[in-house]
Write a protein that binds this ligand. Structure first.
Ligand code: ITT
Length: 198
């Protein structure tokens, strides 16, 4: 099975991508490569940050195919926030719970009754420090004011995808992994890899 290194410090992302790729690729997080330090996310777009992470890690791991994901939540009534700053919404060392708490506070100040938004994911594939391909995925939904469920990670307990009555905190991981922003970006990347990598 070919090996794919996922340059992320987020174990939930590794778990999701490994489940989505099944037995086609052996997905490894950075746990086996403690020498790899991910760069600071200085980009202002998901694509810029995904490329930064993939190129830096793949330059340090010659000969390995490396992917990186930059993702986040956009809320229309908040002007697209938290966006690329989703992981740091409540501060530089914020936990997922801190970020959800800030989001609930910001939403609570709004006068609009509904909070449409979306998750976005950009995936970059790199080899020897150079980007080979980039894909994007989006899932539309609404934000809730009250957390529901404990599944998933990040903003999942507040995000209800369109067409469902429950948040990603309640929906089974199999459902999230079929329709999420990450699933959509990965589906395209997988198709590209099947066509272009031996
Ligand atoms: P790496 O940079 O090391 O990959 P990270 O968690 O910091 O890990 P990002 O910089 O891409 O990743 O930030 C993404 C944030 O957006 C993440 O911390 C969550 O708060 C949120 N997010 C992204 N995808 C999500 C998902 O599927 N479900 C819930 N929240 C998500």
């Amino acid at each position: 099975m070919p090996e794919l290194i996922f340059a992320t410090s987020n174990a939930h992302k590794v778990q999701e991508v490994a489940a989505m790729l099944g037995t086609q690729w052996q997905v490894q997080g950075l746990r086996s490569f403690p020498q790899i330090q991910l760069p600071e996310e200085t980009g202002t777009t998901f694509e810029a940050n995904a490329i930064l992470k993939a190129e830096a890690a793949s330059a340090a791991l010659p000969g390995h195919y490396v992917i990186a994901d930059d993702s986040g939540l956009e809320v229309d009534a908040l002007g697209g926030e938290p966006g690329v700053y989703s992981a740091r919404y409540a501060g530089p060392s914020a936990t997922d719970a801190d970020n959800r708490a800030r989001l609930k506070t910001e939403l609570g100040r709004l006068t609009t009754p509904l909070f449409p938004g979306r998750f976005r994911c950009c995936l970059a594939l790199a080899l020897n420090g150079r980007t080979l391909h980039v894909t994007h995925g989006t899932i539309e939904g609404i934000l809730r004011l009250v957390e529901q469920g404990e599944g998933g990670f990040g903003y999942d307990p507040l995000f209800q995808p369109d067409g469902f009555q429950d948040t990603f905190g309640v929906l089974p991981s199999e459902v999230k992994n079929q329709l999420s922003h990450r699933a959509r970006a990965l589906g395209q990347l997988k198709a590209w890899m099947e066509q272009n990598l031996a």
